[in-house]
Design a protein around this ligand. Structure first.
Ligand code: ZN
Length: 222
């Protein structure tokens, strides 16, 4: 299977807003801790063919009831279903596609040192054990992670495709990476695409891609 993940400008902005607020301002608890992880849910459309699934993420909602720490975040067990039941009424044309969480790091050196934009083993385990998410997404949950760090110097830059499943961009002195993985059933067993050699193509800039030899008009056979 091949997976293509598109994220609307609005949805990507909402995900980056969640990441930057938890990173810079924390979550308002009396501890005043900053640099926190946060999470939320993603909705949109899914186009399923024999050999591919295309995800189009158009709506993001941050989960306010999640428990946030510097290196982990835990969802409230009822929050996803509550929000999804609301969305079934508010935007019945959309379906739940999966979830996202953030990875906050102090510096770009730290991100590089620990490969901070990769999913952790705990991320994969938590996805595989999330019965509710598998059920609601037709056994094809999308997992997104958005990594954030502060950079010292701000250079002119444009978005960067780090790997087919990892994209990166900067806003002011903040650098972001988005990583995407998709779960599927292998017989009865739940599996998930990994960090590397992933069949997921995260497509943040497709308007400006043109693939070599790609053609729109069918050429007449000679
Ligand atoms: Zn993670």
């Amino acid at each position: 299977m091949f997976y293509r993940v598109l994220i609307s400008n609005d949805a990507l902005g909402s995900m980056a807003l969640a990441a930057i607020e938890a990173y810079c301002r924390g979550d308002g608890r009396p501890t005043g801790r900053k640099g926190l992880e946060t999470l939320g849910y993603v909705w949109g459309h899914k186009k399923i063919s024999d050999d591919s699934i295309i995800y189009n993420v158009s709506k993001i909602s941050v989960s306010l009831s999640a428990t946030r720490h510097r290196d982990w975040v835990r969802a409230d067990p009822e929050a996803g279903d509550l929000k999804n039941s609301f969305m079934e009424r508010w935007s019945p044309e959309l379906s739940l596609l999966g979830d996202f969480h953030t990875h906050p790091y102090a510096s770009i050196d730290e991100v590089k040192e620990v490969s901070g934009f990769e999913f952790s083993d705990a991320d994969f385990k938590s996805l595989e054990s999330d019965d509710w998410l598998w059920e609601k997404t037709g056994n094809a949950p999308l997992m997104l992670a958005i990594t954030i760090c502060r950079v010292q110097r701000v250079h002119l830059s444009q978005g960067d495709q780090v790997r087919n499943n990892v994209g990166s961009f900067s806003v002011g002195e903040f650098r972001f990476w988005v990583n995407a993985a998709v779960g599927s059933l292998d017989g009865e067993e739940r599996t998930c695409t990994g960090n590397k050699r992933s069949p997921v193509f995260l497509d943040l800039h497709s308007r400006f891609f043109n693939l070599a030899s790609d053609r729109i008009e069918r050429r007449l056979e000679e």
